[in-house]
Ligand binder design. Structure first.
Ligand code: ZN
Length: 296
């Protein structure tokens, strides 16, 4: 099995500058050679070209010391504007399989919470109010500069140093928010996977996002959903857990998890699901129980 790792590279300013200047698709290779080339930089040397690096790597693959390079598939370096990320795929032995499976888990994505699970686990969202506030302040300041630029009829090329600094700060806050949200999801998916369930069933985007609360930003909900799906998808694969994505038309919220009756008139504001059969249950928990049924 090929496991993919994403690594944040810690580079000094000089290395960052050199990396930013270099073009081409094989930039990842520079990172591999960074340590080796350090002397080169310090002596004021320039970068080895892509073509030369590729040739070097091909040669290295043939040596005993670097034959593992042949196991690295599709590595790439990604730029989020601040940090350098190196992604590598590594062939790993996946013989160790934990066969002691536990019950399948249904996951309902909440509005107030991150998720409610059929095994009773509830995952909360990270508190990002401070970051959002900071972002709002910075964007407000930046918008004044943009306004000025507009009046002067200038385009991007006229950006002042102050505006550039503001934009950099905004990118950093954005990145901090993304990282907080992502870590929050990582904690959840890892905890669930560690239970080693037979299957994990996730509701589809239609059921989770837009329909539940139209006031929330759709793009934020979508991003959250795709990140959860992405993580579950690969973590399930790595740990031999079946991953099921519910049909987007499956009425997980509107179905009674006890008698199966479908309550068409369930409103967004109904936080408790009350059924004729006598069941009174938290709306999200009810949905997670229905999702769990879709396993196997
Ligand atoms: Zn019922």
């Amino acid at each position: 099995m090929i496991k993919s790792y994403k690594v944040k590279l810690l580079l000094n300013n000089r290395q960052k500058t050199l990396l930013s200047k270099s073009g081409g698709t094989a930039r990842w290779a520079y990172n591999f050679f960074l340590a080796r080339q350090k002397e080169n930089y310090d002596d004021g040397g320039t970068f080895i070209s892509d073509g030369e690096l590729r040739k070097e790597i091909t040669q290295l693959k043939k040596t005993d010391e670097y034959d593992w390079l042949g196991e690295v598939s599709a590595p790439r370096v990604k730029f989020d504007g601040i940090n350098w990320w190196l992604t590598v795929g590594v062939e790993v032995d996946d013989n160790q399989v934990n066969t002691q499976k536990t019950e399948a888990i249904g996951i309902d994505l909440g509005v107030k919470t991150l998720a409610v699970c059929s095994n009773g686990m509830i995952f909360s969202k990270p508190d990002i109010r401070d970051e959002i506030e900071k972002l709002r302040r910075l964007q407000k300041r930046a918008s004044r500069y943009y306004e000025k630029l507009k009046q002067q009829g200038g385009e991007n090329r006229c950006k002042s140093a102050r505006l550039k600094k503001l934009e950099s700060e905004i990118r950093k806050v954005h990145q901090r928010i993304t990282s907080l949200l992502q870590n929050n999801i990582h904690q959840m998916t890892t905890q669930l996977i560690k239970l080693n369930p037979e299957a994990i069933v996730l509701e589809d985007l239609n059921g989770s996002g837009m329909l539940k609360n139209r006031h929330l930003s759709n793009s934020v909900r979508q991003a959250k959903f795709y990140e959860i799906r992405r993580q579950l998808d690969y973590k399930c694969k790595w740990n031999h857990v079946e991953f099921v994505l519910a049909n987007r038309f499956y009425p997980s919220s509107k179905t009674c998890s006890s008698c199966g009756l479908i309550k068409r008139d369930l409103r967004l504001s109904d936080r408790v699901f009350v059924c004729e059969c006598g069941l009174e249950i938290d709306r999200d928990f009810n949905a997670s129980l229905n999702l769990k049924r879709l396993a196997g």
